[in-house]
Design a protein around this ligand. Structure first.
Ligand code: DGL
Length: 282
């Protein structure tokens, strides 16, 4: 290795590659950035194939493995986070078989919701694909057999979160329609926990809270993932140095989302210095 290559490896901050079909995984970045300063993020949005929630399982398996093998080869991250429930509930074991770094998945937080519900009724709000996955059935069978689980799949909500990050407003009427099945008056007991089983949805948490007819706890996986990432960096001896200046990257496989609203939102989510890139993959 040349002296400059050695220097680059020695000085490189701990690096995590975070992946989603679109901007949803930025909600996971927010949790990671607030907990682990000194970690560099390479965010990859496969928006050329967005949305994942309407794609076949075969297509997604091939596509995700292809995109991530290339990106991991190029950036040599220390860790990969699949910040997408629709992808994680399908391809985690495939990716772990082909990659030599730790692969952290984001899956619906059914377990904490089932452990803390007082009414015994919990909701799962996710993509139509995630609510139907075998993986999700297994989570319910393992942790929530004592609960009624109301499952709502919505692709529209995914699109609304994408538009919101570009600076568009969110229709409260539409949100209330999407949530209607959780708050049906004819149910004997009221829902008290709703799992946000799609990483796009925490981006709209304030609006969802506004539209709920009675208060519920909205549970997402962000903090649990940030804790896991910190733990893995610690156990690998990859201490982060918060004094290092970091340049994060936000990459899109299709046209980049790049306008002033998006840049502002990225700053609000905790990205200080970042560059946005397109690397078109059809
Ligand atoms: N953000 C993704 C998830 O967590 C999916 C959105 C999509 O349908 O592409 O499931």
């Amino acid at each position: 290795m040349s002296p400059s290559a050695i220097e680059e490896v020695v000085q490189r901050p701990p690096t995590v590659l975070i992946f989603d079909s679109g901007v949803g995984g930025l909600s996971i970045c927010q949790s990671i950035l607030s907990r682990c300063s000194g970690v560099r993020i390479i965010y990859v949005a496969d928006n050329a194939s967005f949305p994942y929630g309407t794609k076949s399982e075969d297509y997604l398996r091939r596509r995700i493995t292809f995109v991530l093998s290339g990106q991991c080869e190029q950036y040599q991250p220390d860790m990969l986070v699949i910040a997408c429930n629709t992808a994680s509930t399908l391809v985690l074991s495939d990716l772990r078989a082909v990659l030599s770094i730790p692969v952290v998945g984001v899956v619906p937080a059914i377990k904490p919701a089932a452990e803390t519900t007082q009414t015994g009724v919990i909701g799962l709000l996710a993509t139509a694909a995630t609510v139907q996955r075998h993986y999700t059935d297994q989570l319910v069978a393992d942790f929530a057999t004592h609960c009624d689980v109301i499952r709502v799949g919505s692709s529209r909500l995914v699109e609304m979160a994408e538009s919101y990050l570009r600076g568009e407003s969110v229709s409260e009427t539409e949100l209330a329609e999407i949530l209607a099945d959780f708050f049906c008056n004819t149910m004997p007991r009221r829902v008290d926990k709703i799992v946000l089983g799609c990483t796009h949805f925490p981006l709209l948490k304030a609006q969802l809270e506004q539209c709920a007819p009675h208060p519920v706890e909205w549970i997402d996986s962000g903090n649990a993932i940030a804790k896991r990432v910190t733990g893995l960096f610690d156990s690998a001896g990859l201490a982060s140095d918060s004094s290092i200046e970091l340049m994060h990257k936000v990459r899109f496989t299709g046209s980049a989302v790049a306008n002033k609203h998006f840049n502002q939102r990225l700053r609000l989510l905790g990205f200080q210095d970042f560059e946005i890139e397109e690397y078109i993959i059809d």
